[in-house]
Design a protein around this ligand. Structure first.
Ligand SMILES: [Zn+2]
Length: 82
């Protein structure tokens, strides 16, 4: 999973995970690398267990992921679907 997808899932859908799972992410002694690994694990978990609640906002032209679930413009190709 690329970092962009991980960040999207963590930023917008982390709330779906139970506190006991997501609190691992705020453990203060993680290095940046460890935190990124943990984020990837949780993002994978989100896609496995909450796929029906997650909207992957892919651009209708290039298919890449938009910045937010509500974005109407692609940051990759500039397509605007307002
Ligand atoms: Zn695009």
């Amino acid at each position: 999973m690329d970092k962009e997808t991980v960040d999207y899932l963590i930023d917008y859908y982390l709330r779906l995970l139970p506190l006991k799972v997501k609190k691992e992410l705020i453990y203060p002694y993680l290095t940046d690398a460890e935190r990124q690994i943990k984020k990837t694990e949780l993002a994978r978990l989100l896609l496995e267990d909450y796929r029906d609640k997650i909207y992957m906002n892919n651009c209708p032209v290039c298919g890449k992921l938009a910045r937010t679930p509500h974005a109407r413009q692609c940051r990759h190709c500039g397509h605007d679907w307002h």
